[in-house]
Every structure is written in structure tokens, then in C-alpha cells.
Design a protein around this ligand. Sequence first.
Ligand SMILES: Nc1ncnc2c1ncn2[C@@H]1O[C@H](COP(=O)(O)OP(=O)(O)OP(=O)(O)O)[C@@H](O)[C@H]1O
Length: 318
Amino acid sequence: MPTDPAVVVDGLVMRYGDKVAVDGLSLGVEPHTITAVLGPNGAGKTTTLETCEGYRRPQQGSVRVLGLDPVRDRRRLLPRIGVMLQGGGAWGGVRAVEMLRHVSRLHAHPVPVELLVERLGLADCGRTTYRRLSGGQQQRLGLAMAIVGRPELVFVDEPTAGLDPAVRRDVWELLEELRTDGVTVVLTTHYMDEAERLADRVHILDKGTLVASGSPLELTRGGSVATIRLVVTEPFPPESPASLAVTLGPGTEVTQLDPVSLLVTGPADASTLAKVSRWCEDNRVLPESLTLGQRNLEDVFLELTTSAAPLPVHGATP
Ligand SMILES: Nc1ncnc2c1ncn2[C@@H]1O[C@H](COP(=O)(O)OP(=O)(O)OP(=O)(O)O)[C@@H](O)[C@H]1O
């Protein structure tokens, strides 16, 4: 039997003055999954999440969360969702564990505070006031506050920003456990490895619109697309992608990922590798690395979005 989506965003438009932050966005989130909302800075991720959380009213279009209107049905929705805001959401002068205890008392069946403190490595800083916690500790406390009430759905905005690699992995495991327990997780992240590892489904936003949706495997075509990645020491001249594409001939596509990186998709074999190397020599370009690999989520993201305008530039041959 088909289940109702946990979140439905339909034709959402959000503006700040003249600035259109979300531009007719429609997307869905399946229950009991981890969904990652990706996009470059300013793509509209936080605005969309804040609208789903009921902090902003849709200016056009609609949003439903667990079948409810996040603004009109706020009282019914709040006990069922958890929210981890970018930038904490705790009072500066309150001690970490006190803050968590306070939030836990707002819920009928909270997770024991000691368990979360232990699990998120907050024991050492439990008596420290929020404003004196390190950025990583504030992040972890924010996550603890979001999940202490055993929500059905949790929104987490950049949950591992600024965390060290070991704590990042702990947070990943925790989010995976939440999914195993049937919780729906919606997260934003700038880390493509995080999305690739955690997400069942990825929505990529750019300039307030949806540019791609799918599982990481679907978006990368199962890693079956061979690539050659050329990284150079000095930024490429603007004509480089087109020039390299002409050199490589039909069947290859050249995409500029950032000022010093080009991605070649197509037949990634010894002959193509030799041609790329010769092109570098002919164009007096010094490679820092030239590697064969598979197209990953970061490649797809950089191809589809405009984070470092005017990139990406495509130089495709017919
Ligand atoms: N309170 C605000 N007032 C005016 N403009 C805003 C406000 N909040 C966001 N914006 C603008 O709206 C656009 C979308 O911002 P938003 O924070 O939703 O993007 P984002 O994808 O979450 O970005 P980031 O990855 O940097 O957090 C940006 O251009 C931003 O400058």
C-alpha cells in the first residue's frame, strides 16, 4: 500500500523584498528515509526548510508536513517533528545539559538526556554555558535538542558543519539509527560524501529551483560513467574546455568544475588520457593531477549548479 509522503512542497515561492529565494519549488520526501537537500550557498535550502518547519508562511504555493499545514496546524505538528537550526537555537547563558533537560521536559516520551549526552560526546561540556561551547559542541547540542523528543520527522540543517571527522561519523551513525527506527530525516549539507553515504534520495536546488532529484546511485548512474579529472596549477583560460573537447573528438564531454579542474566524461581510456596529456603540453598547462575515476555526486552537483559563476562551462563535441 503506498504511503503518504512525509513532506510535500508544491510550487513554493519565497521572496525577501525583491530577492526571489525560492522560485516555484516542488518536491516530496518519502517517510522513513533520509533525504538530502543540496545546493550552493543561497540556493534556498534554509528558506525551504524554515517554511516546512512553520517559521515562514508560504508566499505562493503550499507545504504539507506529516499531512499538516506547518503554520495553521503548528500545535499539532510541533510534538511530532524535531528541528536542528543552523546556528544552534539555544540561549547563550544556559548550561548545555540544562538546555537539553528543559527541551526534554516539553515532550511526553523523551529519550533519556544522559543517553544522548553520552552518545553525542557532550559529557565533558555539560556544565558549560551554550555561548562558551565550541562550534562543534553547539552543533551536537542542537542535534540532541532536535531528537530528544523522539520525533517522527527531523529537519537537520548542516548537521556536521565544522565537526571533526570522528564526531562526523558518530553523527552519521546516529542519523542512520534514526532512519532504522522509522524516523524521517531531512537534511541539508554542503558535504557531498555525507549525502552520498546517508541519503536515500537527493534533491539538488539551484537559484530556488529544483535541478535534479534521485538516489545518489541514479544521479551518478551507478558510478558507471568513466571520467578523467584534470587538475592544474594555474586557473584555466576561458577557452580551455572547448579547446580540449575539440582535441578529444566526438563522444566526450568536458566540464569545468572549478577554476583549476576539468572533468572529461566519455571513453576514459589510455588513448584519451594520452590526448589530454598532449593537450596540456601543447597549451603549456602544468597538470597537478590527472586521474581516472567514476562520476560521483560532487561532479553531478558541480555540473548542475552555479556555485562559482560563471562555472560550470561545458565543451561538448557532437
Ligand atoms: N532574512 C533574509 N533577508 C534577506 N535575504 C535573505 C534572508 N534569508 C535568506 N536570504 C536570501 O535568500 C536566498 C536564499 O537563502 P537561503 O539561506 O535559503 O539559502 P541556502 O541554500 O540555505 O544557503 P546556505 O547554503 O548559504 O545556507 C539568498 O540569496 C539569501 O541571501
